[in-house]
Design a protein around this ligand. Structure first.
Ligand code: IPE
Ligand code: IPE
Ligand code: MG
Length: 246
């Protein structure tokens, strides 16, 4: 049957339900996407950047407040230098070209992770993008790009920072102040593409009660329709957090 439903109607229906405030995404499967098309892995990364734009647009349209994406892990340095260089150049290109779009759409961008490991040029562009996308009013959406990020590294860094600050006794609440994600609510929904069913060191602390949604679709094929599918699945779930059903 031909559907007469438009994307706008579908979004409206979803928006009448519970929209996840914070969505985290493990953007996986770029390399496999390319290999299946007999293309170099890097072609998959280039297409992956377009998928990120689609995800951002859909998140904003649905009323998601925070979109946190895993762009480069602390373990991704184990990859061939050529692939790493390609990715770093892609980040540079994104920062040079896409910031005006973000400003026009009132989207804030933040970069979180061990950023000091990147070139001064890249660090400068990241800082400039953050500044340019800081507004007086509340943004439509905040996109957190996790770079040289690892959940374990983040926790150890938090402990060391707390020790330096001479903290005597931490609580779960005060500890979160030392994480990269300080000030952000925990993710409500985590999406991972490409059929891999693991966290790969992403948001270990923050995802304690996050709802997971997996798809076999690879990241370069991700679109608004898949995003809405994930949100629909989220809306059908009952979050109990250890208690009994309401
Ligand atoms: C995700 O795609 C992008 C990054 C990790 C930077 P992959 O590069 O991991 O692609 P697959 O998983 O090998 O297909
Ligand atoms: C996780 O994907 C990291 C990013 C998406 C940036 P990986 O492809 O690096 O994870 P593994 O190696 O399959 O666990
Ligand atoms: Mg992968």
């Amino acid at each position: 049957m031909l559907s007469i439903w438009t994307d706008i109607q579908r979004r409206r229906l979803l928006r009448s339900g519970n929209i996840p405030k914070h969505v985290a995404v493990i953007m996986d499967g770029n390399g496999t996407w390319a290999a299946r098309r007999r293309l170099p892995r890097t072609a998959g990364h280039a297409r992956g950047a377009e998928a990120l734009r689609r995800a951002t647009t859909e998140a904003a349209a649905l009323g998601v407040e925070y979109l946190t994406v895993y762009a480069f892990s602390t373990e991704n340095w184990k990859r061939p230098k050529a692939e790493i260089d390609y990715l770093l150049n892609l980040f540079l290109k994104y920062l040079r070209e896409k910031v005006p779009d973000l400003v026009q759409n009132k989207i804030t961008i933040r970069f979180l992770g061990g950023l000091k490991k990147f070139s001064p040029q890249l660090q400068k562009l990241m800082k400039a993008a953050e500044q340019k996308t800081t507004y007086a009013a509340k943004p439509l959406l905040t996109v957190n790009v996790m770079l040289n990020y690892g959940g374990r590294a983040e926790i150890v860094r938090a402990v060391n920072t707390a020790l330096q600050a001479k903290e005597k006794k931490l609580t779960e609440n005060s500890f979160t102040r030392y994480l990269y994600t300080t000030g952000l609510p925990d993710p409500d929904l985590l999406i991972r593409t490409s059929g891999q069913l693991r966290l790969s060191n992403f948001l270990l602390w923050q995802s304690a009660y996050t709802e997971f949604w997996f798809t076999r679709k690879r990241w370069p094929d991700f679109d608004g329709r898949l995003f809405r599918q994930a949100v629909r699945s989220f809306q059908r779930r009952q979050r109990r957090r250890g208690a009994l059903r309401a």
